[in-house]
Design a protein around this ligand. Structure first.
Ligand SMILES: NC(=O)c1ccc[n+]([C@@H]2O[C@H](COP(=O)([O-])OP(=O)(O)OC[C@H]3O[C@@H](n4cnc5c(N)ncnc54)[C@H](O)[C@@H]3O)[C@@H](O)[C@H]2O)c1
Length: 359
């Protein structure tokens, strides 16, 4: 089976776990894999994913082999599940733009080299697709990398809360270029968003009424450091709130729904804790309260769904389908172009994989 050549923008904790997972499963070809749809999708296995280009701005990563950058930089604290081979892929310096905020800037030293021409490097690398793992709040940098993907003829997977796949103007650009796009903002396999969506959907399915809810998240990785800068949070908050609102029978007023990261707790490292409370009514107008607590490795829940997204993006390239992939975006992303209940999104993705659905 052919390789799936990926390029990565932002070689942080998500990238680290994704690459480790590909290595971890290299020798487990026939086992079922928790956290991904199938061990193989149309013949593509997790281990077919090969990095061919990588971009960052951190002086501890730029100029290093990708394997070293995602294993040894001070800001990498994800769970270790596999040793990475030397890829022979040097992390290249990208334009910083708005990638590093004022709080994250206290933890990351920006490399002083001149940035490379990302579109040109992408084209030369032969990458099938570019995956954006930039920090939250990277409005300009996201658009820069999306544009580079278009110029280089690559698919694009937008893992962060910036609206590209779900923006009709950007969606059309990818459609016109005949390149697939999946986005926006990863929805983890069993993360806080999926748990909140499932619980509020349960109210809808069982005839209950949700009156108010919150979801408070804590973690100890750089994502949570970056989120201490509240001004970078705008689209993250919209994305996390709307993904839950979309599963309610009727929208909650803004004052009755609060979803967002609450704090950075260094000793949690790559673990994420989410406290979810839902208050509602059942038959007879009687109150019902649900409290749930999730304690999860933040990167393992996100890497599995991205591994599915990568393989679906490759399928779309093979089938010459451009523009947003609606089914896999709805299954793996918080802010897809169109929201569907998770069970339906999974069915739609299966239809897409079998070739029964165009996108
Ligand atoms: N559960 C999850 O892990 C999850 C879920 C949803 C969304 N996300 C999003 O995925 C993104 C990546 O998360 P992470 O934990 O890997 O973050 P991270 O902080 O570990 O990595 C981000 C990387 O981007 C680099 N960067 C900054 N500016 C850049 C630029 N201009 N060009 C290239 N690289 C640049 C940083 O130096 C860093 O290496 C975040 O936006 C996060 O919110 C993650």
């Amino acid at each position: 089976m052919a390789q799936i050549k990926i390029a990565i923008a932002g070689t942080g904790n998500c990238a680290s776990f994704l690459l480790q997972a590909a290595e971890f499963y290299r020798n487990n070809m026939n086992h079922s894999i928790p956290g991904v749809l199938w061990p193989t999708i149309a013949g593509y296995h997790v281990s077919d994913i090969v990095p061919v280009a990588a971009f960052d701005v951190d002086s501890q990563k730029v100029g290093k082999d990708l394997s070293e950058a995602v294993s040894h930089a001070d800001t990498i604290n994800t769970e270790r599940i596999a040793e990475l081979p030397h890829y022979g892929v040097e992390v290249m310096k990208a334009p910083v733009l708005d990638g590093i905020g004022s709080v994250l800037g206290n933890f990351v030293e920006v490399d002083k080299k001149s940035p490379v021409d990302v579109a040109k490097e992408l084209e030369q690398s032969g990458a099938d697709m570019l995956i954006s793992y930039l920090p939250v709040g990277s409005y300009e940098a996201t658009r820069y990398f999306a544009d580079c993907a278009l110029k280089a003829g690559c698919g694009f997977i937008n893992c962060i809360p910036e609206f590209i796949s779900s923006d009709p103007v950007w969606a059309q650009k990818f459609k016109d270029a005949g390149l697939p796009i999946i986005g926006d903002d990863i929805k983890g396999q069993l993360g806080a968003s999926v748990l909140s969506r499932t619980l509020v959907k349960l109210f809808a399915d069982r005839g209950g009424k949700v009156e108010r809810m919150y979801q408070l998240n804590f973690g100890g990785n750089t994502d949570f450091i970056n989120l201490l800068e509240r001004s970078r949070l705008k689209y993250k908050k919209i994305s996390k709130t709307e993904t839950v609102q979309s599963q309610l029978l009727s929208r909650l007023e803004d004052e009755n729904i609060h979803i967002g990261p609450s704090d950075y707790v260094p000793w949690l490292r790559s673990r994420k804790i989410a406290h979810i409370r839902i208050e509602g009514r059942t038959f007879g107008n009687v109150p019902i309260y649900i409290d749930a607590k999730l304690d999860v490795e933040d990167k393992s829940v996100s890497a599995g769904v991205v591994i599915d997204a990568i393989r679906c993006c490759k399928l779309a390239l093979d089938r010459e389908i451009g523009g947003p992939l609606l089914s896999i975006s709805a299954y793996t992303m918080k802010s897809p172009p169109q929201q569907f209940p998770d069970v339906l999104a999974k069915q739609m993705t299966e239809e897409f994989i079998r070739g029964e659905r165009e996108r």
